[in-house]
Design a protein around this ligand. Structure first.
Ligand SMILES: Nc1c(NC[C@H](O)[C@H](O)[C@H](O)CO)[nH]c(=O)[nH]c1=O
Ligand SMILES: CC(=O)[C@@H](O)COP(=O)(O)O
Length: 139
């Protein structure tokens, strides 16, 4: 049994609850354990994963969040830099799945957060599980 840390940026409570449901369901269905921590926003997720990974307490990580475009360039920064940070961790051998939704509006987020539709939370968890399996094979 592996232990996953879900790192969620709780910017939109109702959307995060759906993403968490999907991720937790996927991890449990695969027979693994999980814990969850919350950070202020998506920009803080990579740093939190780096800190937790250094602790050696977790086998894999799932990043969850919702970034909805506003009026300024900040969307590009938050969406792009959070993804870049997670990719850097992945390239450094951290088993991680990216479930940070980067969308134009809440409607797009809702259909992607629900387990009954696109289930991006479950998708991210399954990606983290797959990367952990690869780590065991090649690590
Ligand atoms: N606008 C959204 C943010 N912005 C906050 C940043 O992620 C960060 O917490 C802040 O810049 C302080 O460093 N975060 C989201 O997760 N979603 C958004 O829509
Ligand atoms: C993704 C964001 O940071 C966004 O919600 C901020 O909105 P705004 O660009 O209108 O300040």
């Amino acid at each position: 049994m592996a232990k996953f840390l879900i790192v969620e940026a709780r910017f939109y409570d109702h959307l995060n609850d759906l993403l968490l449901d999907g991720a937790r369901t996927a991890i449990e269905a695969a027979g693994h354990d999980h814990e969850t921590i919350t950070v202020p926003g998506a920009l803080e997720i990579p740093g939190a994963v780096a800190l937790a990974s250094d602790s050696g307490a977790y086998d894999g990580f799932v990043a969850l969040g919702v970034v909805i475009r506003g009026e300024t360039y900040h969307f590009e920064i938050v969406a792009g830099e959070s993804a870049r940070g997670l990719m850097a961790l992945s390239m450094d051998g951290v088993a991680i799945g990216n479930g940070i939704l980067t969308v134009e509006n809440e409607a797009q987020a809702l259909t992607r957060a629900r387990r009954t539709e696109k289930d991006k939370g479950g998708e991210a968890a399954k990606a983290a599980i797959a990367m952990l399996d690869l780590k065991g094979r090649f690590g």
